[in-house]
Write a protein that binds this ligand. Structure first.
Ligand code: KE4
Length: 428
């Protein structure tokens, strides 16, 4: 694979865009090398500016669940664009997609659209604080909810003390209200509730994390969070920006039959255009402006173009729920094939998978939280990433990300991916 044009374009980009990218993970810092510039994409394939075709296992970090440039989505956007792209006034399509989303997802009665997953999670936390009248939140090490200040927090000095900023620009004043727990560790959560009685507004969690690689919740863990929230009058906020409309029509709430109080969405809900959303029962949502006092707003929120893409996407998923089973079968097939070749080549590894989310970890122990995810051999991951890229297979440029399959992937594509993995690790 030759990447001359990508390298040249990256040099140009670096002169006018910080780090040459508009989102850090795209810059390949975690794996080295220069990022691939995409010319176009169709179905399961990316076509880069050097004329290489890549099988895409990122799919824009989740949105392209039907595959790239799906005609239903593209045609909906084209048709809508001809009527104007943004008005800053209510449009019927916002009600249509809201009605559809509410019908697909359990335990929500109203939904507010925003422009990103960050906005959705940030607004959900503000709503939880406004609804409960309490300031502190619990998040989990390794879970990512976007780049709002309250989420850019790392573990504080003691197990039950408040967090500390993990980015310059985030103040200690903000960090003190974010408490850190460990995923799959109910005791770490119970301790925080005991040490911060009547101060915790909500728990926010990726119910199936994708930002530590993919981490399946242990039996009873999410149920335990539900019980703790009910016992301490805190809200349970599911960040389903990745899992929503991907792991099931109704997301993780449907898949695992767990009731969240507020659910956040992004990625798939926008069909590849900038859409986020947060939703809850009306008793909570009625606290949101202009109905209630909790302020939240956005010039392009509910933008008709983005709504058209999202409505086309959700309509297709709602009418063809067999897509979720098809995706799960393809991911299980890939899991089996990758595991077989890694075992045959005596490569120490573990693979985590839930539905169409899968991640490969080069470590011996089971990956159940951020600490075990961080124990993976990152040098091996870098070799794996670049080896697969040279084979025309595009996986996440970080060991702390998840692969996302799209339904346009064929079993031949999966076989090619498995064969490429075998070829790459045979050279180790
Ligand atoms: P955005 O603001 O990037 O739309 O969504 C933030 C977000 C919130 N919650 C979860 C569970 C997420 O995974 C994300 C964003 N995911 C990353 C990939 N790990 C987006 C890629 C990027 O940052 O460029």
């Amino acid at each position: 694979m030759i990447y001359k044009r990508s390298s040249a374009l990256f040099s140009e980009a670096e002169k006018v865009i910080p780090g040459g990218v508009n989102s850090p993970v795209r810059a390949f810092k975690a794996v080295g090398g220069t990022p691939i510039f995409v010319e176009k994409a169709k179905g399961a394939y990316l076509y880069d500016v050097d004329g290489n075709r890549l099988i895409d296992y990122i799919n824009s970090w989740g949105p392209m669940i039907l595959g790239h440039a799906h005609e239903l989505v593209v045609n909906a956007v084209i048709d809508k664009a001809k009527k104007g792209t943004s008005f800053g006034m209510p449009t019927k399509i916002e009600t249509e997609i809201a009605q559809l989303a509410v019908s697909m997802v359990p335990n929500i009665e109203k939904i507010r659209f925003v422009n990103s997953g960050t906005e959705a999670c940030m607004s959900a936390v503000r709503l939880a604080r406004g609804y409960t009248g309490k300031d502190k939140i619990i998040k989990f090490a390794g879970c990512y909810h976007g780049h709002s200040d309250s989420f850019l927090i790392q573990a504080g000095s003691g197990a039950v003390t408040f967090g500390s900023p993990n980015s310059p620009g985030v103040t200690q004043g903000t960090a003190k209200d974010t408490l850190l727990a460990q995923f799959n560790n109910l005791e770490s959560v119970a301790q925080l509730f005991e040490a911060n009685k009547n101060e915790i507004a909500c728990i926010i969690i990726e119910p199936v994390p994708g930002n530590m690689g993919c981490i399946p919740p242990k039996a009873g863990f999410l149920e335990g969070l539900r019980t703790l929230c009910d016992a301490h009058n805190a809200l349970l906020v599911f960040d389903e920006v990745m899992t929503g409309f991907r792991l099931a029509k109704g997301g993780v709430q449907e898949l695992l039959n767990i009731k969240a109080d507020i659910v956040c969405f992004g990625k798939v809900i926008g069909g590849g255009l900038p859409v986020g959303a947060f939703a809850a029962r009306n008793e909570i949502m009625k606290h949101l402006a202009p109905e209630g006092p909790v302020y939240q707003a956005g010039t392009l929120s509910g933008n008709p173009l983005a709504m058209a893409a999202g409505l086309a996407m959700l309509t297709e998923l709602n009418n063809n729920p067999s897509i979720f089973k098809s995706l799960e079968n393809k991911t299980a097939y890939l899991h089996k094939g990758l595991s077989q070749v890694l075992i045959q080549n005596n490569i120490t590894h573990t693979i985590n998978r839930v539905g169409s989310m899968i991640s490969v970890h080069f470590c011996e122990e089971e990956v159940v939280d951020f600490e075990t995810a961080a124990s993976g051999n990152n040098e091996k991951f870098k070799q794996f990433f670049h080896g697969m890229l040279q084979e025309g297979i595009y996986i996440a440029p970080s060991a702390f990300e998840t692969w996302f399959l799209c339904d346009a992937l064929s079993y031949d594509d999966l076989d090619q991916t498995i064969a490429s993995c075998d070829k790459v690790v045979k050279k180790w």
